[in-house]
Structure formats: structure tokens, C-alpha cells
Write a protein that binds this ligand. Structure first.
Ligand code: FAD
Length: 302
């Protein structure tokens, strides 16, 4: 059996595996897509100490670092079941069953898409999902935020301080965000809020140049010219496969304590799949390190 098996090969998983392997214990990583969300990222400018890098380049460095240690890297393998017996058993979609004393779940998350024409085509070309990451790319420009929940309104307030103008598009007749956020939003001079509207299309040529929506009251179709669209309709953790075994929040995030431990002894979690706030590369790496040290602590006590 493994001492520590890491499920997920994004920044959280890579960090957890390196921290575990450096303790001289038998470590493996199972990853469907090594690199995770970082593979889909163009410019990264908030990975501290690296002024600018690109996703695939950072993934190559992660992989190179992981390879420095005797870590079993099992790529293109999807985990489908976790069960605690004498050992913890991880079943893969291939049918293989791996045994381990401790496991670190770092299966990440994915942004929910609006699913309108132009979204896929203009990803990284004006369509963005993370205001902390990409907000500064739109200094002095006009942008839209799709989604009037807490994350959408937080994004709109954040962006209003950077960009020229923000238009918020909410499908329902009312915003769902907390009253205090709405109050703050409505106090800003460079924000327009459109409620009861349905986004139809994100338009552009080589980059985004506008958004088309339908006013659901009048069924009138309208178009706004702008340079960026932030989609803020939810981040979905990749945790469905866990079933009811492990405590998760209402939206499916794995609940962890300050050492990355879950409710099941020997099962730890890190990164975007957990209930830790603020989903960022640097934060997921930190939580991967925490979970690995937590798992090591667990192993020397059991
Ligand atoms: P992920 O990166 O999501 O990795 C999850 C891993 O788990 C992957 O290897 C995946 O294949 C694997 N996996 C999932 N399910 C299974 C399964 N059942 N079995 C096996 N493996 C599985 N953050 C920043 O700090 N700066 C930025 O500039 C930035 N820009 C971003 C741009 C985009 C377009 C996106 C999408 C995200 C961006 N982020 C940025 C956020 C950042 O990428 C994430 O916070 C970070 O990647 C989370 O790391 P993670 O390891 O927790 O999860």
C-alpha cells in the first residue's frame, strides 16, 4: 500500500505529493489531467515571486518538480470510489483498486459556464471567470458580469475599482447577493445593473466586442459594446464521485479543518475541492502542503 495517495494533479495535488514524498514515505498521485485548471490558463501574474508565467509552462515546472522525488504518477486515471476498510481503498475507472494508509483529495473545481454562443470561442480572449486573476487585464475598459449572486456582485464591486464601467446581468427579477453587497454596488457611479435579463450571445471578432441579451419583461433583444465578460454563476467542486462518505457543504465542497483533515480519519483534502475560501493557485498549493503535513502527522500517530 501507499502511505499517502493524492487524488488530483493540479497545484494542490502536486504540492501535497512533494511535501509527502519529502518525508521519505511512499507517495502516489492519481490525476485525470495533470495540471488541472492551470492548463487552461493563459497569463498568470499573481503567483508570487514569478512576475508573469503561462499555465502550460507552470504545469511543466510542477511536473518537473514532482519527478525529482520517487512519486508514482498515474496520469489519465479517474478515481470513482473511496472506501475505508483496513486500508483506504481507491477504485479507479479502469477497475484498478489502490490501497493507502492516508489519502489527500485534491480534485479541484470547475467554473459553471453560461453556455451561450461566444463563451467557448472567446475564453481567454475577453471571457474570464476570475476577477482576482484577470481584472487588471481590463483596466480602463467596459466589462459585464454575468450573475447577481454574492460572487457576481463581489466581482462587480472589485472590477468597478479597476475598469471603466461594469454592467451586471442577472437572469432573475432580483439580485440574490447579500443586502450589504447590493448597497455597496448601488453606491458605485460606474455600475449598471440589469435584472430579469437573459444573456443570448457574447459577440466578437478576434476578441470580445459585446454582449447580446433579452429583456425578459419586454422580450426585446439588446446589445452592449464592451471588451470583457466575467462569468460568475458558480464554481462546482469535482466531488460527486465521493457520494455520502465524506462530509461536504451544501454546494459539494469537502469540509476540512485547519490541518486539511476531513471527518474520516486518514482522509485529507486540499485546494478548490474544499470549503477553504478564495480559490487561487498560491492558496491551493499552501493547502496541499498543509494537508500533506497533516497526513504525515496522522501516520506517525497511527
Ligand atoms: P485543479 O487545478 O482543478 O486540479 C484538479 C485536479 O484533479 C486535476 O488534475 C484533475 O484532472 C483532477 N481530477 C478531478 N477529478 C478527478 C478524479 N475523479 N480522479 C482523478 N483526478 C481527478 N488562479 C490564480 O492564482 N491565478 C490565475 O491567474 C488564475 N487564472 C485562472 C484562469 C482560469 C481560466 C481558471 C479556470 C482558473 C484560474 N485560476 C487562477 C484558479 C486556479 O487555477 C485554481 O485555483 C487552482 O488550479 C486550483 O488547484 P487545485 O489543485 O485545487 O485544482
Amino acid at each position: 500500500p501507499y502511505d499517502v495517495l493524492v487524488v488530483g494533479g493540479g497545484p494542490a495535488g502536486a504540492s501535497a505529493a512533494i511535501y509527502a514524498a519529502r518525508k521519505g514515505i511512499r507517495t502516489g498521485i492519481v490525476a485525470e489531467r495533470f495540471g488541472g485548471q492551470v492548463l487552461d490558463t493563459l497569463g498568470i501574474e499573481n503567483f508570487i515571486s514569478v512576475k508573469h508565467t503561462e499555465g502550460p509552462k507552470l504545469v511543466a515546472s510542477l511536473e518537473e518538480h514532482v519527478k525529482e522525488y520517487g512519486i508514482d504518477v498515474m496520469k489519465l486515471q479517474r478515481a470513482k470510489r473511496l472506501e475505508k476498510k483496513d486500508y483506504i481503498e481507491l477504485e479507479l475507472e479502469s477497475g484498478a483498486v489502490l490501497k493507502t494508509k492516508a489519502v489527500i483529495l485534491s480534485t479541484g473545481a470547475r467554473w459553471r459556464n453560461v453556455g451561450v454562443p461566444g463563451e467557448e470561442e472567446f475564453k481567454n480572449k475577453g471571457v474570464a471567470y476570475c476577477p482576482h486573476c484577470d481584472g487588471p487585464l481590463f483596466i480602463g475598459k467596459d466589462v459585464a458580469v454575468i450573475g447577481g449572486g454574492n460572487s457576481g456582485i463581489e466581482a462587480a464591486i472589485d472590477l468597478a475599482g479597476i475598469v471603466k464601467h461594469v454592467t451586471v446581468l442577472e437572469f432573475m427579477p432580483e439580485l440574490k447577493a447579500d443586502a450589504v453587497l447590493q448597497k455597496r454596488l448601488y453606491s458605485l457611479p460606474n455600475v449598471t445593473v440589469l435584472k430579469n435579463v437573459q444573456t443570448k450571445e457574447i459577440t466578437g471578432t478576434d476578441r470580445v466586442n459585446g454582449i447580446t441579451y433579452v429583456d425578459r419583461d419586454t422580450e426585446e433583444e439588446k446589445h452592449i459594446e464592451l471588451q470583457g465578460v466575467f462569468v460568475q454563476i458558480g464554481l462546482v467542486p469535482n466531488t460527486d464521485w465521493l457520494g455520502d462518505t465524506i462530509e461536504r457543504t451544501r454546494i459539494g465542497e469537502i469540509v476540512v479543518d485547519s490541518k486539511g483533515a476531513t471527518n474520516i480519519p486518514g482522509v485529507f483534502a486540499a485546494g478548490d475541492c474544499t470549503n477553504s475560501p478564495y480559490k487561487q493557485i498560491i492558496i491551493s498549493m499552501g493547502s496541499g502542503a498543509t494537508a500533506a503535513l497533516g497526513a504525515f502527522d496522522y501516520l506517525i500517530r497511527n
